[in-house]
Design a protein around this ligand. Structure first.
Ligand code: ARG
Length: 306
């Protein structure tokens, strides 16, 4: 698992220079100055993105389109507290029908971004494995789901700057003989959420730092993986740290291992065909980070009472 931390760290550093498809303000000149061996289409896209990013940074209204006029559709999987979950009260946004209410760090930050862009936030709740494809296929505007930036995912969507970090942790029953991540290799069955980085790491080959496909069972969401753990169907669950804390808090007899961790970056994924929207969302996000709004929202859900 250590190996991944290093890879992700490298990815993270690349990301900070390359939000929204590699047109970070620092290297836009380089990109425009080196068109020779670049295909025309790619070159144009890059330049558009660079211009959009510059416009957004300068506070001018970069033109962007959304899938439904006046709305910002957020593809998410709202079974991931404290980032996104359904709300018993009003919440901070609803689904398209207006009948289901949502709350959580991502939902609140997204609502603030939408407000800055003059749009109404709409939540498209789906399985986690669909959030990126729904953005790629133009059904939703942005994927925001405690979504970890990975090199593979960067092939499919552009990411904004990161607004939070996540850590993959291991949940086991209190009386488990699993004490470290290495113990997971001892013929244990690991429960994960389908399509997540937890799944990707754990199902990878032993040579690559994983445990092999045969040692992993995927569940539709974290809560189902936890149920399987309680029922003894799996020996451990690998999931992001903040949801892990929430699941352990409401389920007796479980604990989080204090062992090696994989640190990841969460960011918003946006279609590669919509660089102007990516720039506008990224700009709004950075304003909310700079003025402390994001931290306030995080504190409300995570650090409160600690
Ligand atoms: N951070 C992990 C990933 O990106 C898990 C995210 C799961 N999110 C959710 N809303 N269920 O793969």
């Amino acid at each position: 698992m250590k190996k991944y931390a290093a890879i992700l760290l490298a990815g993270m550093m690349a990301l900070s220079l390359a939000a929204c498809g590699g047109s970070g303000s620092g290297n836009s000149n380089k990109e425009e100055a080196a068109p020779a061996e670049t295909e025309t289409v790619t070159e144009e896209t890059g330049t558009d993105a660079a211009e959009a990013a510059t416009d957004a940074a300068a506070g001018t209204a970069a033109e962007f389109t959304t899938v439904s006029e006046g709305e910002l559709h957020m593809a998410t999987n709202a079974a991931f507290p404290p980032y996104e979950m359904t709300s018993d009260g009003e919440g901070y946004a609803t689904d398209a029908a207006g009948s289901v209410h949502f709350e959580g760090i991502d939902v609140e930050v997204a609502a603030m971004i939408a407000e800055k862009l003059g749009l109404k936030l709409v939540i498209d709740d789906m399985e986690f494995g669909s959030v990126i494809t729904s953005v790629q296929s133009g059904k939703a505007d942005m994927a925001m789901a405690g979504l970890t930036v990975t090199e593979d995912r960067k092939q499919n969507v552009d990411f904004t700057d990161s607004y939070a970090t996540g850590v993959q942790v291991v949940i086991v029953p209190e009386d488990s003989d699993i004490a470290t991540v290495d113990d997971l290799a001892k013929d244990k069955m690991i429960g994960v959420q389908d399509g997540t980085t937890g799944y990707i790491y754990c199902s990878d080959t032993v040579e690559n730092g994983g445990y092999g496909e045969d040692h992993v069972t995927s569940y539709t969401n974290g809560a189902m993986a936890i149920e399987a753990l309680k029922a003894g169907k799996v020996d451990a669950v690998v999931i992001d740290n903040e949801p892990a804390k929430q699941f352990v808090a409401v389920n007796e007899g479980l604990k989080i291992l204090d062992t090696e961790y994989i640190v990841e970056n969460y960011a918003i994924g946006i279609s590669k065909d919509n660089p102007a929207l990516c720039a506008a969302v990224n700009n709004a996000l950075n304003e909310l980070i700079a003025d402390g709004t994001v931290q306030q929202i995080v504190d409300k859900y995570i650090n409160a009472g600690e």
